[in-house]
Design a protein around this ligand. Sequence first.
Ligand SMILES: Cc1ncc(COP(=O)(O)O)c(C=O)c1O
Length: 372
Amino acid sequence: VNFASQEYLNLATHPEVRLAAKEAIDIFGVHSAGSAALMGNTRLSLELEKRLAAFLGYKDCTVFPTGWGAGYGLVKTLVRQGDHVIIDRLAHACLQEGARAATGNVHLFPHLSNAAVGEHLRKIRQKNPTTGILVVSESLFSMDSDVPQIEELQDICSCEGATLMIDVAHDAGATGPAGGGYLELQCMAGKVDIVMGSFSKSFGSNGGFVACNDPALKLALRYNCGPLTFTNALSPVQAATVLKSLEIIEGEEGRILRERLMTNVLYMRERLTQVGLTPLGLPSAIVPVVLGTSAYSRLATRYAYEMGALVNLVEFPAVARGTSRWRIQVMANHTAEQIDRFVRIAEAACEKANEHLGATEIDRIDATIAAE
Ligand SMILES: Cc1ncc(COP(=O)(O)O)c(C=O)c1O
């Protein structure tokens, strides 16, 4: 049973999505054959930008060949050396690396703490009344499955003349009645200064996007953003795939897929809790279960694989030491039987790992891993 695919709505294998991809190949071939700053766009990628902007509630949208490039490139393009970035310490690597590449003035704030953001802003403003400040967070954090209070965060930023940027990679399309993610659930669709995201979780393809109401951003990205300007554009196959996926996400079928996904998520969380593997955070397509040390969790993951279950293990430095976890990725098309089977295997794999390694042995191996 596969709980390791980032394919929350199963759109990559949807018959209509496959067909749209094949038709795009027949018309355009398989390659964009140029940067979006030159001739790499097709009518499909341009239409996608318009449709996505409307879906997200913004005037403008720019698509990127990867979500990673969208996050890194957006931060690097917006932030000058003397500017400041205030970023959630658990925000995705593409955002952290973009911030560090842009400026030495990077301030990490404790996960989800709007109060800490306010404190950083006040301190910076006391010294620099006009400097640029970008505040960076996510609408759904994938390692913990938790969310910030977005309206409050936007208010704090607006009061101090800072720009808020939210990464919506994990919930756009898959969460909320209309697929608008936690921005929709918190009545903030179209109201955050800038959003970016990825197609790779719910839209069946590689690729990413940036959306905003200021048309100047689109131009700035096109000509000043390395991962967009100096790389080949999203391919026509990917653009067709995402366009068709978006059409499904916006329609009745999308609503049904999201409901099915949430039913599966709730069932998975209930079953895991029954066997003592209590998940973190809120119900979302990602169900994180903390296992503990690296030694124990690597062994449990290997046993789970040998018993027939695929699951991703996340370790330091993606999460804090000693909190290695399974990131169980639930999909809309999973069946209750598959979830039951996974939970049975998970329980058995953890028991076997416990039997195999006594506590002293776990500590010894973990010390070795840490030293490495
Ligand atoms: C929060 C977040 N942002 C950005 C990305 C990058 O997206 P992509 O896989 O499309 O490059 C990811 C995916 O790993 C992610 O989880």
